[in-house]
Design a binder for this molecule. Structure first.
Ligand SMILES: [Zn+2]
Length: 712
């Protein structure tokens, strides 16, 4: 009966949420869209159901309270607020290290303060390159000088902004050189191999690579190792331009004049400020010399629009490329290498230490305040940055507003939530890495989950990538389908391309990256504006609101769980799957010894889940015991990180592949060891097996303890 009353009450609340709510300022055009984000009836129903509907970590009593809280969050989310935040965030171009980025940071801090969060600013001094001169001039077969500018669009005011930096590659060394150009497709390892096989010399050449498929820094790294003297990175319309769909201002794809700026820092070796590896770059910190910085590229590179790359592509001679190498230009693509195409590359950068700010806003929890959930997004943008990162930042601010408003409820959040606005992600995860290095000990002790929201609204496919041990928890929060299309959440392995990566792969803190993703061609161009986002991706800000609602629920659910529902069975499946993949790639290795501890982990993990839920169903769980179970779980997850001073990426499952940049191998340390020979790889396999064994033993002993309590 009690349940029925609650159901009725909840439907009433949800019903109210569907009628128009008062407009709280913002864009008048958005007013009628106020509540496009209210929960679907099915979702609402799921909320009040007690376990076992799939929700884990809650006893009946706590879950009833949580159902009410989540309904209030869903009721209070406001698309117009998201629009307001995005306007504030995109008011001017604000690249990392700029005064504009600090100004916007202060505005973000003021917003956090207005919701009575505890706000602090952590400032780091990091190396920031700013272009003084970038010029690309072809002298043969005919003369052509690249514009190096993206044409403004009359109907989109922000594309006319004068402060926007020209297209460039951050961390390129200075250069003044002339060399022959060779087309290298995406500049991947296999592309360079094909050039070699085709008899096209790379040594001493400037490689012209299209962006896409791999991290741009990986392209430069491979080119450098192959002996190339420079790299031109261009956007081919086949990848994100007219061949994919209408271009801005008619659609979300890249105009021919659009370029994609970005960093080429060798983040796959180590992210963060190149001058202060392993330590926080606080004011006055000891800096390496340029020669000592191992993550700086040694050959110059810059970024070009298709309009600027086209004459060079057309100037290339040599053999015709294979079909998979062809872009969408209306001409025949050639390798070059016949001496016909010669280009001069001149680059001058202003390298300087500049202050960057991380805004930290804390919503303190109650009885579990020492456990912290981090919600993160970077603030810096190459241009005005509406999609990247503005949309994610707007969602983060709305989540902060929603959760802060609940602090005066009867049941405020039990665990603490920290919102982090980082100041220099685009340079190579610099803000998050330096902040992590400053607070390493604290994070190890208190952080339980990282939720990153970078470029959150870039399409309509609901995607989460993150730690497998948190997959079930995340999927239980629900899914939604923008435009009413059947859309399930797609949960994938972590991509190490945003600010959650250092927390996960350096400290072993589980992480999720959440967003509505899709194809577009505005990234890192001056066309990534408020008006472009609104026109092409989220006209009424309903998508922002839906994601904000989802994240607010997810964070609140993690904050209030009786016991955090870490899923070690799923983690074991993930590990077993990785062993299969590694074995298929390297049949010469004997990986059987890794499988036994992984199977043991799976068995104990599944028993742990059953025992934990049974304990919760008995009600009145001993809070100290619950706290201890959480602490053991947190330490167990961190066991997948090796304690190595030299390597930054030291997680057994998550580390980037240098040749690809964001993505890693199934067992990255094994792959790295293979480079040093089979014996080394076998030794690394034994080390992994040993570590999986320790993890399995921890979970087994925790399971036995809970089972023991249940028997009493
Ligand atoms: Zn971003």
């Amino acid at each position: 009966v009690q349940k029925l009353i609650l159901l009725v009450a909840l439907f009433w609340i949800v019903g109210c949420a569907q009628s128009p709510a008062p407009v709280d300022g913002g864009d008048p055009g958005l007013a009628e869209e106020q509540n496009s984000s209210s929960p679907l009836p099915g979702e609402a129903e799921g909320l009040v159901d007690a376990p076992p509907t799939g929700v884990r970590g809650y006893g009946d009593e706590a879950w009833r309270r949580q159902g009410g809280l989540e309904a209030r969050l869903a009721r209070d989310v406001r698309p117009a607020r998201c629009a307001d935040f995005l306007r504030t965030l995109t008011a001017e171009a604000h690249p990392p290290g700029s005064d504009a980025n600090r100004r916007i940071g202060r505005n973000v801090a003021e917003l956090f303060k207005s919701w009575e969060l505890r706000v602090r600013t952590d400032t780091h001094e990091v190396l920031v390159p700013t272009p003084i001169q970038v010029s690309v001039e072809m002298s043969s077969p005919y003369a052509f000088a690249a514009e190096g500018k993206e044409p403004p669009i009359e109907t989109d005011f922000d594309t006319q902004s004068k402060q926007t930096l020209p297209p460039y590659a951050a961390f390129s060394p200075d250069a003044d050189l002339e060399a022959e150009v060779v087309y290298a497709n995406y500049g991947r390892r296999e592309d360079l191999a094909l050039l070699r096989a085709s008899g096209v010399e790379v040594k001493g050449k400037i490689l012209l690579c299209r962006l896409g498929e791999t991290y741009r820094g990986s392209k430069v790294w491979l080119a450098e190792r192959a002996g190339a003297v420079g790299v031109l990175l261009y956007s081919d319309p086949a990848d994100d331009g007219f061949a994919r769909g209408e271009v801005h201002p008619r659609g979300p794809f890249r105009p021919e004049g659009g370029a994609s700026r970005g960093t080429i820092l060798y983040t796959f070796l180590r992210p963060g400020d190149p001058g202060t590896p392993g330590r926080a770059s606080l004011e006055g910190a000891e800096q390496l010399t340029f020669d000592e910085m191992e993550t700086l590229p040694r050959i110059p590179a810059t970024c070009l629009s298709f309009a600027d790359a086209r004459p060079i592509l057309e100037g290339l001679g040599g053999a015709v490329v294979p079909e998979t190498w062809r872009g969408a230009g209306p001409f025949t693509y050639h390798f070059g290498g016949d001496g016909a195409c010669v280009t001069r590359l001149e680059i001058a950068m202003d390298y300087r230490l500049r202050p960057i700010d991380t805004i930290v806003a804390t919503l303190p929890g109650t009885d579990l305040a020492d456990q912290e959930i981090l919600v993160t997004c970077h603030r810096d943008a190459w241009t005005h940055g509406a999609i990247d990162p503005g949309s994610g930042h707007a969602v983060m601010l709305e989540v902060a507003r929603l959760l802060a408003a609940r602090r005066d409820d009867e049941d405020p959040l039990r665990r603490s939530v920290r919102f982090l606005s980082f100041g220099a992600e685009e340079l190579g995860l610099v803000g998050s890495t330096e902040w992590l290095e400053q607070h390493r000990a604290d994070l190890r002790e208190h952080a339980i989950l990282v939720v990153d929201l970078d470029a959150t609204i870039s399409g309509s496919s609901f995607e989460v990538d993150g730690s497998s041990s948190w997959r079930q928890f995340t999927e239980n929060v629900g899914t939604f389908a923008p435009e009413g299309r059947e859309a399930r959440m797609r949960f994938g392995p972590p991509r190490l391309d945003a600010d959650h990566a250092p927390f996960l792969a350096h400290l072993g803190i589980p992480a999720l990256s959440i967003g509505l993703r899709g194809d577009h061609g505005l990234a890192h161009s001056r066309y990534d504006t408020f008006s472009a986002l609104r026109k092409h991706l989220d006209p009424n800000f309903g998508r922002h609101a839906r994601v904000a609602e989802f994240v607010a629920r997810l964070v609140a659910r993690a904050a209030n769980a009786d016991i955090l529902p870490r899923d070690f069975g799923a983690l074991a499946d993930d590990i077993l799957n990785r062993i299969d993949l590694a074995e298929a790639a390297h049949p010469e290795l004997d990986l059987a010894p890794l499988r036994d501890p992984a199977r043991e982990l799976k068995a104990s993990g599944q028993r742990l889940e059953v025992a934990r839920e049974e304990l919760l169903q008995r009600g009145s769980i001993d809070r100290d015991f619950a706290r201890e179970i959480d602490a053991i779980g947190r330490r167990a997850e961190a066991l997948l990180v090796f304690d190595e001073a030299k390597r930054f990426w030291r997680h057994a499952l998550h580390a980037p592949d240098p040749a690809r940049g964001y993505l890693g191998f199934p067992l990255p340390s094994l792959e790295a060891a293979l480079g040093r020979g089979r014996t080394e790889a076998q030794r690394e396999g034994a080390r992994l097996a040993q570590r999986f064994g320790v993890l399995a033993a921890e979970i087994e002993s925790l399971t036995l303890r809970i089972e023991g309590v249940l028997k009493k």
